[in-house]
Design a protein around this ligand. Structure first.
Ligand code: DGJ
Length: 544
Protein backbone atom coordinates (compact mmCIF):
# COMPACT_ATOMS: atom_id res chain seq x y z
CA UNK A 1 0.00 0.00 0.00
CA UNK A 2 2.70 2.38 1.06
CA UNK A 3 4.73 1.58 -2.05
CA UNK A 4 1.75 2.18 -4.35
CA UNK A 5 1.09 5.53 -2.75
CA UNK A 6 4.74 6.47 -3.08
CA UNK A 7 4.68 5.48 -6.74
CA UNK A 8 1.54 7.48 -7.38
CA UNK A 9 3.03 10.55 -5.74
CA UNK A 10 6.18 10.02 -7.77
CA UNK A 11 4.14 9.94 -10.99
CA UNK A 12 2.29 13.06 -9.98
CA UNK A 13 5.53 14.86 -9.22
CA UNK A 14 6.96 13.66 -12.53
CA UNK A 15 3.84 14.79 -14.38
CA UNK A 16 4.11 18.26 -12.85
CA UNK A 17 7.78 18.43 -13.80
CA UNK A 18 6.92 17.32 -17.33
CA UNK A 19 4.19 19.92 -17.72
CA UNK A 20 6.27 22.77 -16.33
CA UNK A 21 9.41 21.84 -18.28
CA UNK A 22 7.40 21.89 -21.50
CA UNK A 23 5.92 25.28 -20.68
CA UNK A 24 7.56 28.12 -22.55
CA UNK A 25 8.98 31.06 -20.62
CA UNK A 26 6.31 33.75 -20.37
CA UNK A 27 5.47 36.93 -18.62
CA UNK A 28 2.46 36.97 -16.32
CA UNK A 29 0.68 39.98 -14.89
CA UNK A 30 -1.64 39.87 -11.91
CA UNK A 31 -3.26 42.96 -10.39
CA UNK A 32 -0.69 45.15 -12.11
CA UNK A 33 2.28 43.13 -10.87
CA UNK A 34 4.50 40.96 -13.01
CA UNK A 35 6.63 37.85 -13.06
CA UNK A 36 8.68 36.06 -15.65
CA UNK A 37 7.87 32.37 -15.48
CA UNK A 38 10.58 29.95 -16.58
CA UNK A 39 9.67 26.27 -16.60
CA UNK A 40 6.47 27.25 -14.84
CA UNK A 41 8.04 29.05 -11.86
CA UNK A 42 8.88 32.71 -11.16
CA UNK A 43 12.36 33.54 -12.33
CA UNK A 44 14.25 36.67 -11.30
CA UNK A 45 16.99 37.51 -13.77
CA UNK A 46 20.18 38.24 -11.87
CA UNK A 47 21.76 39.19 -15.11
CA UNK A 48 25.03 40.22 -16.69
CA UNK A 49 25.29 41.74 -20.15
CA UNK A 50 28.43 41.10 -22.17
CA UNK A 51 30.12 43.77 -24.25
CA UNK A 52 28.87 44.34 -27.77
CA UNK A 53 31.64 42.41 -29.53
CA UNK A 54 31.73 39.37 -27.26
CA UNK A 55 29.29 37.45 -29.45
CA UNK A 56 31.79 35.01 -30.97
CA UNK A 57 32.79 31.53 -29.76
CA UNK A 58 36.39 32.63 -29.24
CA UNK A 59 35.22 35.41 -26.92
CA UNK A 60 33.01 33.30 -24.73
CA UNK A 61 35.59 32.06 -22.19
CA UNK A 62 36.21 35.65 -21.07
CA UNK A 63 32.47 36.12 -20.79
CA UNK A 64 31.71 32.97 -18.81
CA UNK A 65 34.42 33.67 -16.27
CA UNK A 66 32.98 37.10 -15.49
CA UNK A 67 29.42 35.75 -15.42
CA UNK A 68 30.46 33.07 -12.93
CA UNK A 69 32.34 35.59 -10.79
CA UNK A 70 29.29 37.85 -10.81
CA UNK A 71 27.14 34.92 -9.63
CA UNK A 72 24.68 35.83 -12.37
CA UNK A 73 22.00 33.35 -13.37
CA UNK A 74 21.37 34.95 -16.78
CA UNK A 75 23.68 36.13 -19.55
CA UNK A 76 22.48 38.78 -21.96
CA UNK A 77 24.49 38.66 -25.17
CA UNK A 78 24.08 39.84 -28.76
CA UNK A 79 23.22 37.77 -31.78
CA UNK A 80 23.98 39.96 -34.76
CA UNK A 81 22.22 39.88 -38.09
CA UNK A 82 25.63 40.31 -39.79
CA UNK A 83 26.88 37.13 -38.18
CA UNK A 84 23.94 34.84 -38.83
CA UNK A 85 23.27 35.96 -42.42
CA UNK A 86 26.56 37.27 -43.84
CA UNK A 87 25.37 36.27 -47.30
CA UNK A 88 21.74 36.79 -48.18
CA UNK A 89 19.69 33.66 -47.54
CA UNK A 90 22.62 31.66 -46.09
CA UNK A 91 22.29 31.27 -42.37
CA UNK A 92 25.04 30.34 -39.94
CA UNK A 93 23.96 29.49 -36.41
CA UNK A 94 27.23 28.00 -35.25
CA UNK A 95 27.79 30.77 -32.69
CA UNK A 96 24.28 30.39 -31.32
CA UNK A 97 24.77 26.64 -30.97
CA UNK A 98 28.08 27.05 -29.15
CA UNK A 99 26.60 29.68 -26.88
CA UNK A 100 23.55 27.63 -25.97
CA UNK A 101 25.59 24.46 -25.36
CA UNK A 102 28.02 26.30 -23.09
CA UNK A 103 25.22 28.08 -21.23
CA UNK A 104 23.68 24.71 -20.43
CA UNK A 105 26.99 23.42 -19.11
CA UNK A 106 27.32 26.48 -16.91
CA UNK A 107 23.70 26.36 -15.80
CA UNK A 108 23.11 29.92 -16.96
CA UNK A 109 20.04 31.06 -18.91
CA UNK A 110 20.34 33.30 -21.93
CA UNK A 111 18.69 36.42 -23.07
CA UNK A 112 19.53 37.13 -26.72
CA UNK A 113 19.87 40.64 -28.07
CA UNK A 114 18.87 40.89 -31.72
CA UNK A 115 21.25 43.50 -33.14
CA UNK A 116 19.84 44.09 -36.62
CA UNK A 117 18.26 47.10 -38.34
CA UNK A 118 19.04 49.28 -35.35
CA UNK A 119 21.86 49.09 -32.81
CA UNK A 120 22.05 52.29 -30.75
CA UNK A 121 19.84 53.62 -33.58
CA UNK A 122 22.49 52.90 -36.26
CA UNK A 123 23.04 50.23 -38.93
CA UNK A 124 26.41 48.85 -37.79
CA UNK A 125 25.18 45.28 -37.18
CA UNK A 126 23.35 44.94 -40.49
CA UNK A 127 25.08 42.56 -42.90
CA UNK A 128 27.27 44.25 -45.49
CA UNK A 129 24.83 43.37 -48.25
CA UNK A 130 22.20 45.44 -46.43
CA UNK A 131 23.97 48.42 -44.95
CA UNK A 132 25.46 49.80 -48.15
CA UNK A 133 22.47 49.22 -50.40
CA UNK A 134 20.56 52.47 -50.01
CA UNK A 135 18.24 51.79 -52.88
CA UNK A 136 16.84 48.53 -51.59
CA UNK A 137 17.23 49.39 -47.89
CA UNK A 138 16.61 53.14 -47.68
CA UNK A 139 17.78 55.45 -44.92
CA UNK A 140 15.80 58.25 -43.36
CA UNK A 141 15.68 61.72 -44.86
CA UNK A 142 15.87 64.80 -42.64
CA UNK A 143 13.78 67.94 -42.89
CA UNK A 144 16.23 69.49 -45.33
CA UNK A 145 16.01 66.45 -47.63
CA UNK A 146 19.39 65.02 -46.65
CA UNK A 147 19.85 61.25 -46.29
CA UNK A 148 20.93 60.42 -42.74
CA UNK A 149 22.64 57.45 -41.06
CA UNK A 150 19.51 55.74 -39.69
CA UNK A 151 17.36 53.36 -41.71
CA UNK A 152 13.78 54.37 -42.25
CA UNK A 153 11.07 52.36 -40.51
CA UNK A 154 9.17 52.68 -43.78
CA UNK A 155 11.70 50.54 -45.64
CA UNK A 156 9.57 47.57 -46.66
CA UNK A 157 12.48 45.56 -48.04
CA UNK A 158 14.50 46.20 -44.89
CA UNK A 159 11.66 44.99 -42.73
CA UNK A 160 11.19 41.92 -44.90
CA UNK A 161 14.89 41.04 -44.76
CA UNK A 162 15.28 41.67 -41.01
CA UNK A 163 12.11 39.72 -40.27
CA UNK A 164 13.24 36.79 -42.39
CA UNK A 165 16.53 36.56 -40.53
CA UNK A 166 14.83 36.90 -37.15
CA UNK A 167 12.30 34.21 -37.99
CA UNK A 168 15.17 31.93 -39.06
CA UNK A 169 16.80 32.55 -35.68
CA UNK A 170 13.61 31.80 -33.78
CA UNK A 171 13.02 28.65 -35.84
CA UNK A 172 16.53 27.53 -35.06
CA UNK A 173 16.01 28.19 -31.35
CA UNK A 174 12.76 26.29 -31.37
CA UNK A 175 14.43 23.32 -33.03
CA UNK A 176 17.48 23.27 -30.82
CA UNK A 177 16.23 24.72 -27.53
CA UNK A 178 12.46 24.29 -27.64
CA UNK A 179 12.54 21.64 -24.90
CA UNK A 180 15.23 23.13 -22.68
CA UNK A 181 14.49 26.88 -22.67
CA UNK A 182 18.08 27.88 -22.20
CA UNK A 183 17.10 31.04 -24.04
CA UNK A 184 14.35 32.66 -22.01
CA UNK A 185 13.80 36.04 -23.61
CA UNK A 186 14.76 38.04 -26.69
CA UNK A 187 15.44 41.73 -27.17
CA UNK A 188 14.27 42.93 -30.58
CA UNK A 189 16.76 45.52 -31.95
CA UNK A 190 18.87 47.64 -29.61
CA UNK A 191 18.21 51.17 -28.37
CA UNK A 192 16.08 52.22 -31.31
CA UNK A 193 15.18 55.75 -32.31
CA UNK A 194 17.01 58.44 -34.20
CA UNK A 195 19.47 61.11 -33.16
CA UNK A 196 19.54 64.49 -34.87
CA UNK A 197 16.12 64.46 -36.50
CA UNK A 198 12.75 63.97 -34.87
CA UNK A 199 11.35 61.82 -37.68
CA UNK A 200 11.72 60.64 -41.25
CA UNK A 201 10.68 63.11 -43.94
CA UNK A 202 10.93 60.66 -46.84
CA UNK A 203 7.90 60.27 -49.17
CA UNK A 204 6.35 57.25 -47.38
CA UNK A 205 6.75 58.93 -44.00
CA UNK A 206 5.27 62.20 -45.25
CA UNK A 207 2.24 60.36 -46.54
CA UNK A 208 1.74 58.45 -43.29
CA UNK A 209 2.21 61.57 -41.16
CA UNK A 210 -0.82 63.16 -42.85
CA UNK A 211 -3.04 60.18 -41.93
CA UNK A 212 -5.24 59.99 -38.81
CA UNK A 213 -3.67 58.56 -35.64
CA UNK A 214 -4.63 54.86 -35.40
CA UNK A 215 -7.38 54.13 -32.87
CA UNK A 216 -5.13 51.74 -30.89
CA UNK A 217 -2.62 54.54 -30.33
CA UNK A 218 -5.35 57.00 -29.33
CA UNK A 219 -6.58 54.49 -26.76
CA UNK A 220 -3.18 54.03 -25.07
CA UNK A 221 -1.33 57.31 -25.52
CA UNK A 222 -2.84 60.49 -24.15
CA UNK A 223 -1.65 63.86 -25.42
CA UNK A 224 0.49 65.77 -22.86
CA UNK A 225 -1.37 68.92 -23.93
CA UNK A 226 -4.92 67.95 -24.90
CA UNK A 227 -5.68 68.56 -28.56
CA UNK A 228 -8.40 67.03 -30.69
CA UNK A 229 -9.44 63.55 -29.58
CA UNK A 230 -9.13 62.17 -33.10
CA UNK A 231 -7.46 63.40 -36.25
CA UNK A 232 -3.97 63.65 -37.69
CA UNK A 233 -0.86 63.36 -35.52
CA UNK A 234 -0.52 67.13 -35.43
CA UNK A 235 -4.15 67.68 -34.52
CA UNK A 236 -4.08 65.22 -31.64
CA UNK A 237 -0.55 65.55 -30.29
CA UNK A 238 0.46 69.12 -31.21
CA UNK A 239 4.13 69.81 -30.43
CA UNK A 240 4.69 66.12 -29.62
CA UNK A 241 3.25 64.91 -32.94
CA UNK A 242 6.50 64.30 -34.81
CA UNK A 243 8.15 62.35 -32.00
CA UNK A 244 5.00 60.30 -31.41
CA UNK A 245 4.60 59.58 -35.11
CA UNK A 246 8.21 58.39 -35.42
CA UNK A 247 7.75 56.29 -32.29
CA UNK A 248 4.70 54.65 -33.80
CA UNK A 249 6.54 54.00 -37.08
CA UNK A 250 9.46 52.28 -35.32
CA UNK A 251 7.23 50.38 -32.88
CA UNK A 252 5.17 49.09 -35.79
CA UNK A 253 8.31 47.87 -37.57
CA UNK A 254 9.48 46.09 -34.44
CA UNK A 255 6.04 44.58 -33.99
CA UNK A 256 6.19 42.97 -37.42
CA UNK A 257 9.47 41.31 -36.51
CA UNK A 258 8.43 40.24 -33.02
CA UNK A 259 5.05 38.95 -34.20
CA UNK A 260 6.61 36.82 -36.94
CA UNK A 261 9.27 35.49 -34.55
CA UNK A 262 6.74 34.61 -31.88
CA UNK A 263 4.51 32.90 -34.43
CA UNK A 264 7.23 30.27 -34.81
CA UNK A 265 8.60 30.28 -31.26
CA UNK A 266 6.73 32.22 -28.62
CA UNK A 267 9.39 33.56 -26.27
CA UNK A 268 8.87 36.77 -24.27
CA UNK A 269 10.31 39.80 -26.06
CA UNK A 270 11.34 43.29 -25.05
CA UNK A 271 12.84 46.53 -26.27
CA UNK A 272 15.48 48.59 -24.48
CA UNK A 273 15.77 52.31 -24.31
CA UNK A 274 18.44 55.02 -24.37
CA UNK A 275 16.69 57.22 -21.85
CA UNK A 276 15.40 60.71 -21.93
CA UNK A 277 15.76 62.42 -18.55
CA UNK A 278 12.81 61.31 -16.43
CA UNK A 279 13.60 63.71 -13.59
CA UNK A 280 12.78 66.94 -15.45
CA UNK A 281 9.38 68.16 -16.64
CA UNK A 282 8.21 66.66 -19.93
CA UNK A 283 8.80 68.85 -22.99
CA UNK A 284 8.76 68.28 -26.75
CA UNK A 285 11.85 66.73 -28.38
CA UNK A 286 14.71 69.21 -28.81
CA UNK A 287 17.47 66.98 -30.10
CA UNK A 288 17.99 65.88 -26.49
CA UNK A 289 17.26 62.14 -26.89
CA UNK A 290 16.74 59.56 -29.62
CA UNK A 291 13.30 60.27 -31.01
CA UNK A 292 11.24 57.15 -31.64
CA UNK A 293 12.73 54.99 -28.91
CA UNK A 294 10.60 53.59 -26.09
CA UNK A 295 11.27 56.55 -23.80
CA UNK A 296 9.11 56.69 -20.67
CA UNK A 297 6.70 59.19 -22.20
CA UNK A 298 5.70 56.99 -25.15
CA UNK A 299 5.39 53.55 -23.57
CA UNK A 300 1.68 53.74 -24.46
CA UNK A 301 2.54 53.96 -28.16
CA UNK A 302 4.72 50.85 -27.90
CA UNK A 303 1.91 49.02 -26.08
CA UNK A 304 -0.50 50.00 -28.85
CA UNK A 305 1.71 49.47 -31.89
CA UNK A 306 3.85 46.55 -30.68
CA UNK A 307 1.63 44.20 -28.65
CA UNK A 308 4.10 41.34 -29.20
CA UNK A 309 6.68 43.23 -27.16
CA UNK A 310 6.14 42.49 -23.47
CA UNK A 311 8.36 45.10 -21.90
CA UNK A 312 9.86 48.51 -22.62
CA UNK A 313 13.00 48.55 -20.52
CA UNK A 314 15.37 51.33 -19.42
CA UNK A 315 19.15 51.26 -19.92
CA UNK A 316 20.48 53.19 -16.94
CA UNK A 317 23.80 54.99 -17.15
CA UNK A 318 23.17 58.15 -15.14
CA UNK A 319 25.11 58.16 -11.88
CA UNK A 320 22.64 60.60 -10.29
CA UNK A 321 20.30 58.87 -7.88
CA UNK A 322 17.42 61.27 -8.56
CA UNK A 323 17.49 60.41 -12.25
CA UNK A 324 17.77 56.69 -11.58
CA UNK A 325 14.83 56.75 -9.15
CA UNK A 326 12.71 58.80 -11.58
CA UNK A 327 13.46 56.30 -14.36
CA UNK A 328 12.46 53.33 -12.21
CA UNK A 329 9.22 55.10 -11.31
CA UNK A 330 8.32 55.77 -14.92
CA UNK A 331 9.07 52.32 -16.33
CA UNK A 332 7.38 50.44 -13.48
CA UNK A 333 3.76 50.31 -14.58
CA UNK A 334 0.76 48.07 -14.31
CA UNK A 335 1.09 47.46 -18.06
CA UNK A 336 4.90 47.30 -18.12
CA UNK A 337 7.08 45.09 -15.94
CA UNK A 338 10.13 46.77 -14.47
CA UNK A 339 13.23 45.28 -16.06
CA UNK A 340 16.68 46.87 -16.19
CA UNK A 341 18.54 45.00 -18.95
CA UNK A 342 21.47 47.42 -18.79
CA UNK A 343 22.93 49.48 -15.99
CA UNK A 344 26.48 50.76 -15.67
CA UNK A 345 28.94 48.24 -14.22
CA UNK A 346 30.65 50.62 -11.79
CA UNK A 347 30.20 49.93 -8.09
CA UNK A 348 27.77 52.79 -7.48
CA UNK A 349 25.13 51.09 -9.64
CA UNK A 350 25.13 47.81 -7.68
CA UNK A 351 22.91 49.18 -4.91
CA UNK A 352 20.16 49.94 -7.44
CA UNK A 353 19.56 46.17 -7.61
CA UNK A 354 17.88 46.34 -4.19
CA UNK A 355 15.36 48.88 -5.53
CA UNK A 356 14.70 47.04 -8.79
CA UNK A 357 14.27 43.61 -7.21
CA UNK A 358 12.44 45.09 -4.23
CA UNK A 359 9.94 46.78 -6.52
CA UNK A 360 9.22 43.44 -8.11
CA UNK A 361 11.42 43.96 -11.17
CA UNK A 362 11.79 40.85 -13.30
CA UNK A 363 15.49 41.39 -13.81
CA UNK A 364 18.58 43.52 -13.49
CA UNK A 365 21.85 43.38 -15.42
CA UNK A 366 25.03 45.43 -15.32
CA UNK A 367 26.44 46.05 -18.79
CA UNK A 368 29.95 45.12 -19.88
CA UNK A 369 30.37 42.00 -17.79
CA UNK A 370 33.26 40.17 -19.40
CA UNK A 371 37.01 40.30 -18.97
CA UNK A 372 38.00 41.99 -22.22
CA UNK A 373 40.36 44.90 -21.88
CA UNK A 374 37.67 47.42 -22.73
CA UNK A 375 35.96 49.88 -20.41
CA UNK A 376 33.04 52.17 -21.24
CA UNK A 377 34.02 54.56 -18.43
CA UNK A 378 32.61 57.13 -17.59
CA UNK A 379 29.36 55.21 -18.10
CA UNK A 380 30.68 52.23 -16.20
CA UNK A 381 33.74 50.98 -14.34
CA UNK A 382 37.33 51.84 -15.22
CA UNK A 383 38.61 48.39 -14.32
CA UNK A 384 37.46 45.35 -16.26
CA UNK A 385 38.65 42.68 -13.87
CA UNK A 386 37.27 40.93 -10.81
CA UNK A 387 36.86 44.22 -8.94
CA UNK A 388 34.23 45.22 -11.50
CA UNK A 389 31.97 42.23 -10.85
CA UNK A 390 32.44 41.97 -7.10
CA UNK A 391 29.83 44.51 -5.96
CA UNK A 392 27.21 42.78 -8.11
CA UNK A 393 28.34 39.31 -7.08
CA UNK A 394 27.82 40.14 -3.41
CA UNK A 395 24.20 41.06 -4.01
CA UNK A 396 23.45 38.26 -6.48
CA UNK A 397 25.00 35.81 -4.05
CA UNK A 398 22.34 36.47 -1.46
CA UNK A 399 19.40 36.74 -3.85
CA UNK A 400 20.27 33.75 -5.98
CA UNK A 401 19.25 30.93 -3.62
CA UNK A 402 15.91 32.61 -2.96
CA UNK A 403 15.22 34.04 -6.41
CA UNK A 404 12.21 31.81 -6.99
CA UNK A 405 10.55 32.79 -3.71
CA UNK A 406 11.39 36.41 -4.33
CA UNK A 407 9.71 36.32 -7.75
CA UNK A 408 6.62 34.77 -6.21
CA UNK A 409 6.48 37.34 -3.39
CA UNK A 410 6.90 40.11 -5.96
CA UNK A 411 3.98 38.79 -7.96
CA UNK A 412 1.92 38.76 -4.76
CA UNK A 413 2.82 42.40 -4.08
CA UNK A 414 4.81 41.64 -0.92
CA UNK A 415 8.15 43.17 -1.91
CA UNK A 416 9.61 46.67 -1.68
CA UNK A 417 13.05 48.07 -2.20
CA UNK A 418 15.16 51.15 -2.03
CA UNK A 419 18.69 52.38 -2.61
CA UNK A 420 20.69 55.10 -0.92
CA UNK A 421 20.19 58.50 -2.50
CA UNK A 422 22.96 60.98 -3.20
CA UNK A 423 21.42 63.06 -0.38
CA UNK A 424 22.24 60.19 2.05
CA UNK A 425 18.87 60.77 3.76
CA UNK A 426 16.74 58.13 5.52
CA UNK A 427 13.81 56.75 3.56
CA UNK A 428 10.50 55.24 4.60
CA UNK A 429 8.79 52.16 3.27
CA UNK A 430 5.07 51.70 3.87
CA UNK A 431 4.27 48.09 4.76
CA UNK A 432 1.01 46.48 5.82
CA UNK A 433 0.64 47.50 9.51
CA UNK A 434 4.18 48.88 9.65
CA UNK A 435 6.40 51.72 8.54
CA UNK A 436 10.03 50.84 8.00
CA UNK A 437 12.69 53.52 8.15
CA UNK A 438 15.87 52.79 6.24
CA UNK A 439 18.91 54.90 7.10
CA UNK A 440 22.50 54.92 5.95
CA UNK A 441 26.01 55.59 7.21
CA UNK A 442 25.07 54.56 10.75
CA UNK A 443 27.47 52.69 12.93
CA UNK A 444 26.07 49.39 14.14
CA UNK A 445 26.04 50.46 17.76
CA UNK A 446 24.42 53.81 18.54
CA UNK A 447 23.29 56.59 16.26
CA UNK A 448 25.99 58.97 15.13
CA UNK A 449 25.82 58.91 11.32
CA UNK A 450 26.01 62.70 11.14
CA UNK A 451 28.99 63.16 13.48
CA UNK A 452 30.93 60.00 12.86
CA UNK A 453 29.72 58.10 9.82
CA UNK A 454 30.60 54.47 9.22
CA UNK A 455 33.82 53.71 7.38
CA UNK A 456 33.41 52.63 3.77
CA UNK A 457 30.38 54.87 3.19
CA UNK A 458 32.08 57.92 1.67
CA UNK A 459 30.03 57.40 -1.45
CA UNK A 460 26.41 56.19 -1.45
CA UNK A 461 26.48 52.41 -1.48
CA UNK A 462 23.56 51.16 0.65
CA UNK A 463 20.40 49.42 -0.39
CA UNK A 464 17.63 47.30 1.05
CA UNK A 465 14.89 45.01 -0.21
CA UNK A 466 12.11 43.66 1.96
CA UNK A 467 9.37 41.08 1.54
CA UNK A 468 6.42 41.05 3.92
CA UNK A 469 5.80 37.34 4.27
CA UNK A 470 3.16 37.59 7.00
CA UNK A 471 1.34 40.23 9.04
CA UNK A 472 4.35 40.76 11.28
CA UNK A 473 6.97 38.80 9.37
CA UNK A 474 9.58 39.95 6.94
CA UNK A 475 12.55 38.85 4.91
CA UNK A 476 15.09 41.64 4.57
CA UNK A 477 18.09 41.62 2.23
CA UNK A 478 20.36 44.60 2.61
CA UNK A 479 23.80 46.06 2.55
CA UNK A 480 25.19 49.10 4.38
CA UNK A 481 21.79 50.09 5.71
CA UNK A 482 19.85 50.16 8.97
CA UNK A 483 16.17 49.27 9.19
CA UNK A 484 13.75 50.07 12.02
CA UNK A 485 10.11 49.12 12.19
CA UNK A 486 7.31 51.28 13.59
CA UNK A 487 3.74 49.96 14.03
CA UNK A 488 1.34 51.74 11.66
CA UNK A 489 -2.25 51.52 10.49
CA UNK A 490 -4.31 49.43 12.88
CA UNK A 491 -1.24 48.78 15.03
CA UNK A 492 -0.26 52.46 15.30
CA UNK A 493 0.51 53.52 18.88
CA UNK A 494 1.51 50.07 20.06
CA UNK A 495 5.08 49.29 21.05
CA UNK A 496 7.10 46.96 18.85
CA UNK A 497 9.51 44.31 20.05
CA UNK A 498 11.38 41.76 17.98
CA UNK A 499 9.99 38.30 18.57
CA UNK A 500 12.86 36.76 16.63
CA UNK A 501 15.50 37.92 14.15
CA UNK A 502 17.26 35.11 12.35
CA UNK A 503 20.27 35.53 10.10
CA UNK A 504 20.42 32.82 7.47
CA UNK A 505 19.56 32.06 3.89
CA UNK A 506 17.29 30.02 1.67
CA UNK A 507 18.81 26.78 0.49
CA UNK A 508 17.69 26.93 -3.14
CA UNK A 509 14.77 24.57 -2.49
CA UNK A 510 12.62 27.01 -0.60
CA UNK A 511 13.83 25.99 2.87
CA UNK A 512 15.08 28.64 5.26
CA UNK A 513 18.35 27.70 6.93
CA UNK A 514 19.07 29.65 10.07
CA UNK A 515 22.66 30.47 10.98
CA UNK A 516 22.11 32.42 14.19
CA UNK A 517 19.65 34.62 16.08
CA UNK A 518 20.31 38.35 16.38
CA UNK A 519 19.52 39.85 19.78
CA UNK A 520 21.00 42.24 22.36
CA UNK A 521 23.54 44.66 20.86
CA UNK A 522 22.73 43.33 17.39
CA UNK A 523 19.14 44.60 17.58
CA UNK A 524 19.27 47.47 20.08
CA UNK A 525 19.92 50.14 17.45
CA UNK A 526 17.81 48.76 14.65
CA UNK A 527 18.99 46.02 12.34
CA UNK A 528 22.30 47.08 10.88
CA UNK A 529 23.61 45.57 7.69
CA UNK A 530 27.30 45.92 7.00
CA UNK A 531 29.47 45.78 3.89
CA UNK A 532 28.50 42.18 3.13
CA UNK A 533 24.83 41.76 2.12
CA UNK A 534 22.85 39.50 4.45
CA UNK A 535 19.40 38.00 4.71
CA UNK A 536 17.37 38.32 7.90
CA UNK A 537 14.09 36.60 8.70
CA UNK A 538 12.23 38.82 11.12
CA UNK A 539 9.18 38.39 13.32
CA UNK A 540 8.01 41.37 15.35
CA UNK A 541 5.36 41.56 18.02
CA UNK A 542 3.62 44.52 19.62
CA UNK A 543 2.22 45.27 23.06
CA UNK A 544 0.45 48.10 24.77
C1 DGJ B 1 23.78 51.14 -24.50
C2 DGJ B 1 23.76 50.07 -25.55
O1 DGJ B 1 22.53 49.40 -25.56
C3 DGJ B 1 24.89 49.08 -25.33
O2 DGJ B 1 24.87 48.12 -26.36
C4 DGJ B 1 26.22 49.82 -25.26
O3 DGJ B 1 26.50 50.42 -26.48
C5 DGJ B 1 26.14 50.85 -24.13
N1 DGJ B 1 25.07 51.77 -24.39
C6 DGJ B 1 27.42 51.67 -23.99
O4 DGJ B 1 28.47 50.93 -23.53
Amino acid sequence: MKTTRKLMLGCLAAAITCVSAAELPRLVTKDGRHALLVDGAPYVMLGAQAHNSSNYPAALPQVWQAVADAQANTLEIPVAWEQIEPVEGKFDFSYVDTLVAQAREKNVRLLLLWFATWKNTGPSYMPEWVKFDNRRFPRMVDKGGKTIYCHTPFGEETLKADRKAFVALMEHLKRTDGERHTVIMVQVQNEVGTYGTVRDYGPAAQKAFAQPVPAAVLAKQKAPVPGKSTGTWTEVYGDYAEQYFHTWAIARYIEEIAKAGRAVYDLPMFVNNALRDASVPLAPWKDNFASGGPTYDVIGIYKAAAPHIDVAAPDIYSHESVKVAATLDKFHRADNALFVPEIGNSADFARVAFAVLGRGGIGFAPFGIDYFDFSNYPLGAKATDGTMVEPFAQIYGVFRPMAKQWGQWALEGRTHGTFEGDDRKPQQIALRGWTATVSYRERQFGSQAEKDPMEGTDKPNGGLAIAQTGDNEFIVVAQRARIKFEPAGQQAGRTALYARVEEGQYDGNGQWVMARVWNGDQTDYGLNFGAQPLVLKIKIGTYQ
